[in-house]
Design a protein around this ligand. Structure first.
Ligand SMILES: [Zn+2]
Length: 243
């Protein structure tokens, strides 16, 4: 089987792969609470898995996953580590500059954690403004609302949040069930605090477990189907736009 992980290559192998691949993918995870029932490395595990599958389908190669992200919302929960937005952007930019100097054709910033999406886009914008790079792309969760409605029994909390709930737990049951303790999975759907989208409010102020929805309804089958649809969408986007 073809090796897609740069970390497993020697430098001469990596030198060739970086130049030949359609794109080098940088998976962006987090170290963040995921309720009482899932490992704090969940977003890193999901990023690892999705990027490797995507690379195999699209002739890309994958860098080691960044296990820290911008996690402002979940600050205050044990084992949640948050990079300042500017630190995250600087790390991403430094990695991209290194790859550009080595002849990468394209670079994909892949966010397996929702909070990394905006700073990833900001990093790509700064890289274009400062260096003229037009080959830095950002991808992550897609069509979450549509697929959640089709597959899951619970709706997204506050119309958009799926953190550690039915959907994300189902994904993990398929990818890495040993990191899920289903007997600890709970349902928690707090009332949306007034002004949540208008001013900064930490989740810790209104959530006990740290999840939003009903994790107990998660199943491996739902996660498998969700991942298949997600990977099909990602594959299509990459093959149609990134050459
Ligand atoms: Zn997550």
């Amino acid at each position: 089987m073809k090796e897609h992980l740069i970390a497993n290559m020697t430098w001469p192998e990596a030198e060739q792969s970086i130049k030949e691949a359609r794109a080098v993918i940088l998976p962006l995870g987090s170290t963040e609470q995921h309720g009482y029932h899932m490992a704090v490395g969940t977003d890193t595990v999901v990023s690892d898995y999705v990027c490797l599958e995507l690379a195999a389908r699209t002739n890309c190669v994958v860098l080691p996953t960044l296990p820290y992200g911008q996690v402002w919302s979940a600050k205050g929960f044990p084992a949640t580590i948050s990079l300042h937005q500017s630190t995250f952007i600087q790390i991403v930019k430094d990695i991209v500059v290194s790859l550009e100097q080595q002849g990468a054709r394209n670079i994909i910033l892949f966010s397996g954690h929702y909070g990394n999406m905006q700073p990833s886009r900001d990093a790509a914008r700064e890289l274009m403004d400062e260096y003229g790079y037009r080959n830095v792309w950002y991808l992550g969760y897609m069509n979450v609302e549509k697929y959640n409605a089709a597959l899951m029994q619970t709706q997204l909390w506050n119309k958009k949040t799926f953190h550690a709930a039915e959907l994300e737990t189902s994904i993990m049951l398929h990818i890495s069930p040993e990191k899920v303790r289903m007997e600890k999975a709970v349902r928690e759907e707090p009332e949306v605090p007034a002004g949540l989208d208008l001013r900064p409010i930490h989740w810790k102020e209104f959530s006990q477990s740290g999840l939003f929805g009903n994790a107990a309804l998660a199943t491996e089958e739902k996660g498998k189907q969700y991942l298949e649809w997600w990977l099909n969408d990602l594959t299509q986007i990459v093959t149609q736009n990134i050459g």
